[in-house]
Design a protein around this ligand. Structure first.
Ligand code: TRP
Length: 492
């Protein structure tokens, strides 16, 4: 939070005075502001992601971890992972341990419905989340923070964010999530019951001092904002979703989630992890599972590194509703180039792919590693000119956006209703793992809780008992029949 914060961010969240003074030109990355460092010359620098790993205390995703991920899942890591776009994590190893053993976990992500203008940057974490869902075959919950977008804006009304919520839900569904495994919910609608109990459980364990230290609130911050973290955090606990994981909290509190998110959301979950570690289920020694995280970096604005695409600045972003022509014009007109000023100089010295927006977008969207490498070499050597590079980028983005639009056109209100209905989900997990506790149906036909510790749940015990009774009855009948037959045979 500093003088370098742009006007849009200011509108979103007034800057706390105390912090503004001693962080004048440093880079800012928190849930409310994202901005690279501003140098003495007033030029915004690229966001230093390694510095964030250090400051936040997360771990870098290294090659060894990627190798293990590939070994455990049998799938080549997503291009975001291969290229350091998804670059940091907390406890991903523990999630892989669980996956290997067939122990339950789930995915949790979210979106703040702040406008109807979804851009390609918004789809990054969701694209990746879909890959995680396809790869791990586990349940996914998606939180729509309509409450947050109301609380953190001076002008938005509740009705406005409600409208964005259902439209954004359609955009998210269009990414391609499996309705059998995905629950999308709005905070306004889902608040209550088990979820609200967890919200309060979390808020009781966070002091005002801690919230200020984590989020930089001040005395003029409205108290809804101060409390909001406990809402975003509470979905990290499986017991907030009894319709998915069952009613038995002694089991569900031990089921962790993996949260794919952009790095700016980390403070919420750092806080939640801290509280989880301190909480025990009903004074037993069963701990609340800490959420695991996997962080992505941002997609730069068309104007270049150091900023991210903004839904309210048309020239900064490629929107998912843009036509092929709009995409072409925006890239040609606005995409910051790492090329040299004259063709001669470019041929001689080559372009800078680190700052070239068209090249950077290709890193996000071009699947083929070899092709990408060829482009890099050609551009850096000066053999490829900016215009050619932009043409490749335009084509990739047009394809990406068109495919999205095709799927989006098929998402209707019925689909939104289905995804947002509180209902049991079906998933299989790791097909190669020894199943610790099978997913079972309880008396209501709902999927009952899976126990992470290998013990049977109440419902499973009940079912076993019933099965035993049926077996006993069958045996009794068979015995009676046998005796009858014997008696009949004995008759002359
Ligand atoms: N606060 C996020 C936003 O403004 C939305 C969100 C809620 C979220 N829960 C999440 C994002 C979990 C990532 C992971 O967009």
């Amino acid at each position: 939070m500093a003088t370098n914060v742009n006007a849009e961010a200011l509108k979103e969240s007034p800057i706390p005075d105390a912090i503004e003074k001693h962080a004048a030109s440093k880079q800012t990355v928190d849930p409310y502001n994202v901005q690279g460092e501003v140098g003495e010359d007033g030029v915004v620098k690229a966001i230093d992601y390694n510095k964030l790993i250090e400051e936040f205390g997360t771990k870098k995703i290294d090659q060894a971890l990627l190798d293990r991920l590939e070994r455990v899942t049998g799938k080549k890591p997503h291009r975001f992972l291969r290229r350091g776009i998804v670059f940091s994590h907390r406890d991903l190893e523990l999630i892989l341990d669980r996956y290997e053993k067939g122990e339950p976990f789930y995915l949790y992500t979210g979106r703040g419905p702040s406008s109807d203008s979804v851009h390609v940057g918004h789809t990054i974490p969701f694209e990746f989340t879909k890959w995680l869902q396809d790869t791990f075959d586990v349940p996914l919950v998606i939180m729509m923070t309509d409450d947050e977008k109301y609380l953190f804006s001076d002008k938005r009304t509740i009705e406005e964010v409600e409208g964005y919520c259902s439209n954004n839900a359609k955009d998210i569904i269009a990414v391609g999530f499996d309705p059998n495994k995905t629950f999308i919910f709005s905070d306004f609608q889902y608040m209550g019951g088990a979820f609200y109990k967890n919200v309060v459980r979390l808020s009781k364990h966070i002091t005002l001092n801690q919230a200020r230290a984590i989020f930089g609130f001040n005395d003029s911050t409205n108290i809804g904002r101060i409390h909001f973290g406990s809402i975003q955090g509470a979905s990290s606990w499986a017991s907030s979703f009894p319709h998915i994981f069952g009613e038995d909290e002694s089991k569900t509190v031990a089921i962790p989630c993996l949260i794919p998110c952009a790095i700016d959301q980390d403070p919420y979950f750092r806080m939640t992890r801290d509280v989880s570690a301190r909480l025990k289920y009903k004074n037993s020694n069963i701990s609340y599972a800490k959420p695991a995280l996997i962080h992505s970096r941002f997609l730069d604005a068309l104007q270049g590194p150091g900023t991210k695409m903004s839904a309210s600045v048309d020239e900064s972003a490629i929107f998912m509703r843009d036509t092929p022509n709009q995409i072409k014009n925006k890239i040609n007109k606005y995409a910051f180039s790492g090329g040299k000023v004259t063709v001669e100089e470019h041929r001689e010295k080559g372009g800078d792919t680190n700052v070239d927006v068209a090249y950077q977008y290709l890193r996000f969207f071009l699947e083929d590693d070899e092709e990408l490498e060829k482009i890099r070499v050609a551009y850096e050597s000066g053999e490829m000119l900016t215009g050619d590079l932009k043409a490749i980028c335009i084509k990739e983005l047009q394809t990406y956006v068109a495919a999205f639009q095709e799927r989006r056109a098929k998402v209707d209100d019925e689909a939104v209703k289905l995804f947002m209905t509180t209902r049991p989900l079906k998933w299989n997990g790791n097909p190669r793992a020894p199943v610790v506790v099978p997913q079972v149906q309880n008396a209501d036909g709902e999927a009952a809780a899976e126990g992470g510790d290998g013990k049977l749940t109440k419902n499973q015990l009940k079912k076993l008992e019933k099965q035993k009774q049926i077996e006993a009855k069958k045996a009794q009948k068979a015995k009676e029949k046998e005796e009858k037959d014997k008696a009949a045979a004995a008759q002359p």
